[in-house]
Ligand binder design. Structure first.
Ligand SMILES: [Zn+2]
Length: 175
C-alpha cells in the first residue's frame, strides 16, 4: 500500500482455486433460481438489500429532496459497489467476484420492483410510495416499466455470468 492507502495496480490477483470457482457457481445458481421462482426473494441478500435501500432514501434525501426517491436504489447498489472496489484494489479475485454476484443479484431485485411500477401489487415498506411509479412517471416512461425491468434483469445475468467466466479464466490462466 502506498501513502494514500492505494494498492499498486500491477499487483497480482490472488489465485483462483477450483473450489473457489465451484463455490461461485453453486452460489450463482442458487441466487438465480431463488430470484426467478415464486416470491423472487433471495434470503439474506435481499434482506440486506432492503435494509440498505431503506437507509438510502433519507441519506440521499439529505443531499436533495428530488434525490430521495432515487436514494433507495442508489443505497442498495452502493454497498456491493463499495465492497467490490475494495476487493478489486486488494486484488482478491474470489471476493471481488462475489461482490459482482451480489451486484447482479441486486439488479434482479431492482428489476422486480421496476416491473411493478404500473401494477403496484408488491407489498411495500415505509409510507407506501412506489419508487418506480414515481421515477418512471418523472421520466415519462411509465408504460415501458416491463421492458426497462427486462433490460435491467438481462444486465444482472450478464454481470453474474461474466464474473463466473472471469474466475474460470483466472483459474485456467494460472496453469
Ligand atoms: Zn424505496
Amino acid at each position: 500500500m502506498d501513502f494514500y492507502g492505494r494498492f499498486s495496480v500491477d499487483e497480482e490477483w490472488t489465485p483462483v482455486t477450483a473450489w473457489g470457482l465451484s463455490g461461485y457457481v453453486v452460489a450463482a445458481l442458487l441466487i438465480v433460481w431463488l430470484a426467478h421462482t415464486d416470491g423472487h426473494w433471495v434470503f439474506l441478500l435481499d434482506s440486506a438489500n432492503l435494509a440498505f435501500h431503506e437507509a438510502g432514501h433519507p441519506l440521499f434525501g439529505l443531499l436533495s429532496d428530488r434525490l430521495t426517491v432515487y436514494g433507495g436504489t442508489l443505497g442498495q447498489l452502493l454497498f456491493p459497489l463499495a465492497a467490490g472496489v475494495s476487493f478489486f484494489r486488494q486484488r482478491a479475485a474470489l471476493s471481488f467476484a462475489f461482490c459482482v454476484l451480489w451486484l447482479g443479484e441486486n439488479l434482479f431485485n431492482i428489476a422486480v420492483y421496476m416491473a411493478d411500477a404500473r401494477a403496484r401489487v408488491l407489498p411495500l415498506v415505509g409510507n407506501g410510495e412506489h419508487d418506480w411509479t414515481e421515477i418512471f412517471s418523472r421520466w415519462g416512461v411509465l408504460d415501458w416499466d416491463a421492458g426497462i425491468a427486462t433490460l435491467v434483469r438481462i444486465t444482472g445475468w450478464l454481470v453474474i455470468v461474466g464474473a463466473g467466466l472471469w474466475l474460470w479464466y483466472r483459474l485456467t490462466a494460472a496453469h
